[in-house]
Write a protein that binds this ligand. Structure first.
Ligand SMILES: [Cu+2]
Length: 332
């Protein structure tokens, strides 16, 4: 269905607001309901044209295809936060409307898992138990081998070399995705959990520093790659911590933990906005292309953001407040 991001006819109130919860605070039953709903989405037919998107063989893959398509305009720029907020919301809505999921989108509260003795592979998210999000990867292919998402044909697009990003920046490229971007290449879901990157970028002190940034530009800058490898910022740190498909800038939503991670990114932005709503709710900084290559105009609140077949366009303004426009949720 087109236009899932429709404004609500009903007022958003404390009573009807959806509450998003932390993964480990859910009951085992609630966790299984979530991973089952994602599996359901992976078993529903794609709504994309198979001749244009041969790799989009199911509904989850439609989300990955949209992310691939817009990779060069939705990262490391002003579009990043509002676009990914809507993207997570569209995924949550698809789980509810197409797979009968009764819960909300869980989030991954990074620092609770990033202590000096934290081991991701033993955490409630990645321990491979039936109520986890599947195990770490193992073997030559880093395949998730236990628990949800350990089936063999779960990834349906090719991997993208990170040089596509760095070359585009260095050569002032046009930010065009490769012709093979939507080819069909079924493989296992790949992970290579990285505790070191996670402890370095996602501990409590990093989160406090992130939330203390005075302007949206500084907030975005600290969130993603303030210094570069091994300092990825908390957003990059979470992707590096997943490893495998989850650290591929193009196909990262292939790993369903992407949506827990980006719910937490959104939660950080929401908390940061709430400290000074008058000045921060509609604060934007930056242009509309990855590291402004190729150069593009500053993003404004009236610009239309686009989601391909996932949703009708929305203005940036409609995506700035989690209790207005299409949204009505809060984080516990
Ligand atoms: Cu992304």
């Amino acid at each position: 269905m087109l236009g899932v991001l429709v404004s609500r006819s009903q007022q958003c109130t404390e009573e009807n607001m959806v509450v998003r919860k932390e993964w480990s605070s859910l009951s085992a039953q609630e966790r299984v309901a979530y991973s089952d709903a994602v599996t359901c989405l992976q078993n529903l037919p794609s709504r994309l044209d198979n001749t244009l998107y041969p790799g989009a063989t199911n509904r989850h893959a439609d989300f990955v295809a949209a992310h691939i398509n817009y990779t060069f305009i939705i990262h490391q720029d002003a579009i990043f936060l509002p676009w990914h907020r809507a993207f997570v919301y569209l995924f949550e809505t698809a789980l509810q409307e197409e797979c009968g999921y009764n819960g909300s989108q869980p989030y991954w509260d990074w620092p609770a898992y990033a202590g000096p003795n934290g081991t991701l592979a033993k955490s409630k998210i990645f321990d491979g138990s039936y109520d986890s999000m599947g195990s770490n990867g193992k073997g030559n292919n880093s395949c998730v081998y236990k628990g949800p998402f350990s089936q063999s044909n779960i990834t349906t697009f090719r991997s993208f070399p990170h040089s596509l990003i760095t070359d585009n920046i260095m050569n002032n490229g046009s930010g065009t995705i490769p012709t093979w971007s939507f080819d069909y290449e079924p493989r296992c879901l790949q992970r290579a959990l990285n505790d070191e990157a996670f402890r370095l970028n996602n501990n409590y002190s990093c989160i406090n520093t992130l939330l203390a940034q005075p302007t949206i530009g500084e907030f975005e800058n600290y969130l993603s790659t303030p210094e570069g490898d091994p300092h990825f910022g908390p957003h990059g740190g979470g992707h590096a911590a997943m490893g495998g498909n989850g650290e591929d800038l193009f196909i990262s939503p292939t790993d369903p933990v992407f949506f827990l991670h980006h719910a937490q990114v959104d939660r950080m932005w929401t908390i940061w906005q709430s400290y000074d709503p008058d000045n921060r709710r509609y604060a934007l900084n930056g242009t509309q292309t990855l590291q402004n290559v190729p150069p593009s105009p500053e993003l404004t609140l009236d610009d239309q953001l686009t989601f391909g077949p996932l949703s009708a366009n929305r203005t940036t303004r409609e995506l700035m407040d989690v209790t207005a426009g299409p949204f009505c949720y809060r984080y516990e």
